[in-house]
Design a protein around this ligand. Structure first.
Ligand code: NAD
Length: 476
């Protein structure tokens, strides 16, 4: 059984949970010790104790540690990618890509540790100088989802440590393997005891214990809207700093003047790769009349060439759905869409393979309208619906007429429409002729409206959340 990490010690608990491979339900990845409320509180105690010393650590020390972590992740990308593919179901090239991303993020924040800067200003009062500096917040609680088991933890843990905070990390229940591997690398990097702690366990126990504890000074959360709202509500009484990245219902607009190949690539990649289990997936394909039939036909033809199967099989393009609950949600939404008048143009059926796994053929649903549930609620699976619209103005209206605002895309060769869309799309990220999913690691990531709350993640913008500003006045 793989232990949890508290105060620099690996600790085994009385209860372990099996990590099952969604591509092969007979394959147990490993068994992971479960933390309870008491262990979580001990981890918070350890992080609190370590915060003062780590907060005063010098930038070179932080740089060297983060660099060591990034180097090891990159050196082991194939092995860790295989672990990720096995526990989450991303196909191997995508999984290796995600691990690479995690390594790059640690290297980015290693360098940022050496760039911690402030401002020196003249005062409006004679003989007084002003310095504006950034300081650590203290103990940061990190609560992560299952769909990016190593990249999302990396883009929260690396900046937290870079800016001098200590961490209590709670991964999602379905993906303890990558979390454990990352904790092992961090532990061996030479981090002082208590600076990084790993508590594996259910959200309702471990996550809730973090929310309830006033010693947790900030929480960076990624997950569903419902859990995000819970994090916000629990944090308000403590006036705790929070950062919430939540769901999406991302539009991809395809205009008559789009390059058809580009549009098909954006739709297929954005909607179905990573089994559609990306918060930035394009789940609403909003297509103007003149290209609609050609586009739908070409997407269906392309889908017919893709193989769904075991994530570690080289022939596989789309891996399994992550678990039985998510699979039944996907299948339910396909049925709901059909019951409301949608036409299942391609896929949507369970696929049998040599191993017993959660294989679902990518579903393309046409003849849908913006008010249908399939176009208003996040499915989080390989399911995309097509909405036919008259022109660009109607497309923009439909794209924005939703409570979410994470990523929005457009395929067009019109500079006018691309420019207008970049300006008017109500989303944190806008994509022109590139898929809605797929971002760089060195620039801000996040959404608006119900998709996000708080300051941006990633790149230099991460310092907003992971540090606090101090203004000092000194009379000479
Ligand atoms: P989830 O909300 O079920 O779980 C997220 C995390 O919260 C898990 O670690 C879970 O254990 C924990 N949790 C659950 N109950 C809790 C509680 N009471 N207190 C504290 N923590 C608790 O989400 P999920 O199913 O793991 O992830 C899928 C969701 O994540 C989708 O909605 C997706 O859009 C979203 N997501 C968003 C982004 C983004 O950046 N916007 C990125 C990836 C995923």
């Amino acid at each position: 059984m793989k232990p949890i990490l508290i105060g620099g010690e690996w600790i085994t608990t009385s209860h372990g949970v099996k990590n099952i491979n969604p591509s092969d339900l007979s394959d147990v990845v490993d068994i992971y010790a479960q933390a309870g409320r008491a262990e979580t509180q001990t981890a918070i105690e350890a992080a609190t104790h370590a915060a003062t010393t780590w907060g005063m650590s010098n930038p070179q020390q932080r740089h060297d540690l983060l660099h060591r972590v990034g180097d090891e992740i990159l050196a082991r990308r194939e092995e860790l990618g295989a672990l990720l593919a096995r526990e989450e179901g991303k196909v191997l090239p995508e999984a290796i890509g995600e691990v690479t991303r995690a390594g790059q993020i640690f290297l980015f924040f290693a360098a940022e540790a050496l760039r911690q800067k402030g401002d020196v200003l003249a005062s409006t009062r004679p003989g007084v100088g002003i310095e504006v500096t950034r300081e650590p917040i203290g103990v940061v609680g990190i609560i992560a989802p299952w769909n990016f088991p190593i990249a999302i933890p990396a883009w929260k843990i690396a900046p937290a440590l870079c800016y001098g905070n200590t961490v209590v990390f709670k991964p999602a229940e379905l993906v303890p393997g990558c979390a454990w591997a990352l904790a092992d690398i961090l532990h061996r990097s030479g981090l002082p005891a208590g600076v990084f702690n790993l508590v594996i366990g259910p959200g309702s126990v471990v996550g809730q214990a973090m929310l309830d504890d006033p010693r947790v000074n900030a929480i960076s959360f990624t997950g569903s809207q419902a859990t995000g709202a819970r994090v916000a509500k629990a944090s308000l009484p403590f006036l705790r700093k929070i950062q919430l990245e939540m769901g999406g219902k991302n539009p991809l607009v395809v205009l008559d003047d789009a390059d058809l190949d580009v549009a098909v690539h954006c739709a297929v990649d954005g909607s179905f790769f990573s089994t559609g289990q990306r918060c930035t997936a394009s789940s609403r394909l909003i297509v103007t009349e003149g290209i609609h039939d050609r586009f739908v036909g070409a997407v269906a033809d392309r889908l017919a060439t893709l193989r769904v199967g075991h994530a570690l099989d080289k022939a596989t393009h789309i891996g399994p759905v992550v678990d039985a609950a998510q699979l039944s949600q996907d299948v339910d939404y396909i049925a709901i869409a059909r019951s409301q008048g949608g036409l299942l143009r391609f896929g949507g059926e369970m696929v049998r393979r040599e191993t017993d796994g959660y294989f679902l053929a990518p579903a393309l649903i046409t003849e849908t309208s913006p008010d249908m549930r399939i176009n208003r609620e996040e499915v989080f699976g390989p399911v995309a619906s097509v909405i036919r619209v008259r022109d660009y103005d109607a497309a923009l209206h439909v794209a924005n007429d939703i409570e979410f605002g994470l990523s929005a895309g457009i395929c067009t060769t019109s500079l006018k429409h691309a420019t207008d869309f970049k300006r008017k799309a109500q989303a944190g990220m806008v994509m022109v002729n590139v898929p809605t999913a797929g971002v760089d690691h060195h620039v801000p990531f996040g959404g608006r409206k119900a998709s996000s709350y708080g300051s941006r993640e990633q790149g230099t913008y991460a310092s907003e959340f992971f540090s606090v500003v101090k203004t000092s006045y000194t009379a000479a």
